[in-house]
Design a protein around this ligand. Structure first.
Ligand SMILES: [Fe+2]
Ligand SMILES: [Fe+2]
Length: 292
């Protein structure tokens, strides 16, 4: 990921307490992990016999290849979060360890979901005759080994980034699903979208808790996230932009739509509806969306 380029670091965000109290994080994580268990599905729940590869268009195939690469990057994403929120080290302050320990519980449940997405899409490619297992493993390794990092200083920025990214992924799966004829792929995309919506809900609650605590002071940091937003792999995958624009075009998908989710969230948590910083974030998002 590239370093932030939109102006100087946010004034004030460094002075805000970085972490929520452990007990508050525990409650948010507990809800998300419980839901993950209740709504889990397996590859065996899919009706693989319903696959109709002859209905797949070139764009369908291209989009499936693309999302398989993105989902398959889960080892890189998880490694990043475990480095940024360490759970090993006697030098860690107890409060930090407590928060990270709770976040870890979410991360392993989330990684399990994303790993299932990667496995399902990989199997789909093989069963649809789009690739052989051997070729696919080699192709995925090429991108998978590249490092993934986020440039943000403050944890709430990292959470806000993930919030936008989960929402963008959910929207993409929903749009893509509407254009697809293959019943198996439609079923799979519906399941993926529901899981991403669940991930989004956790980050919305988490960022919401920060906004509820910090009020308007949280807004500049969030603005910086929107200003520097790139989808995962955008800076490391060869031909990413050409590829993603082609896929987005064919499915009438626009990832900047996900920015609105952050504005709605901040509006929902801010005390006064007409508060200047919230309006500022809203018009900023409008401006960013206009130039994308
Ligand atoms: Fe996913
Ligand atoms: Fe996700």
């Amino acid at each position: 990921m590239s370093a932030p380029t939109a102006g100087p670091p946010t004034a004030g965000s460094e002075r805000l307490p970085e972490l929520l109290p452990t007990v508050e994080m525990h409650a948010l994580v507990d809800q998300a992990v419980t839901r993950a268990d209740e709504r889990a599905w397996t590859l065996g729940d899919l009706d693989w016999a319903s696959l109709r590869p002859e209905t797949l268009t070139e764009v369908d195939r291209s989009a499936v290849r693309f999302i398989t690469l993105v989902e398959d990057h889960i080892p890189g994403y998880l490694s990043h979060f475990l480095t940024a929120f360490p759970v090993v080290g006697a030098q860690l302050e107890l409060e930090r360890f407590g928060f990270n320990r709770e976040y870890f519980r979410f991360l392993v449940a989330w990684a399990h979901d994303e790993e299932r997405h990667a496995s399902a899409l990989a199997r789909y490619q093989v069963e649809a005759g789009m690739s052989t297992r051997e070729q696919l493993l080699a192709d995925l390794a090429e991108e998978g080994r590249k490092a993934f990092t986020l440039p943000y200083e403050h944890p709430v920025q990292s959470f806000a980034y993930t919030l936008v990214q989960e929402k963008a992924t959910q929207l993409f799966y929903q749009r893509f699903r509407e254009t697809v004829a293959d019943p198996l792929l439609r079923d799979l995309l519906g399941r993926l979208a529901r899981d991403e919506a669940r991930h989004f809900a956790f980050y919305a609650n988490l960022v919401g808790a920060y906004v509820a605590r910090d009020g308007a002071a949280a807004v500049p940091g969030l603005k910086e996230v929107i200003a520097t937003f790139r989808m995962p792999l955008a800076d490391t995958m060869k031909g990413y932009w050409r590829w993603s624009l082609r896929v987005a075009d064919a499915t009438s998908y626009d990832h900047t739509e996900a920015y609105e989710a952050l504005v709605r969230l901040v509006r929902g948590f801010a005390d006064a509806p007409g508060e200047a910083s919230v309006d500022d974030l809203a018009s900023f998002v409008q401006a960013v969306r206009g130039v994308h």
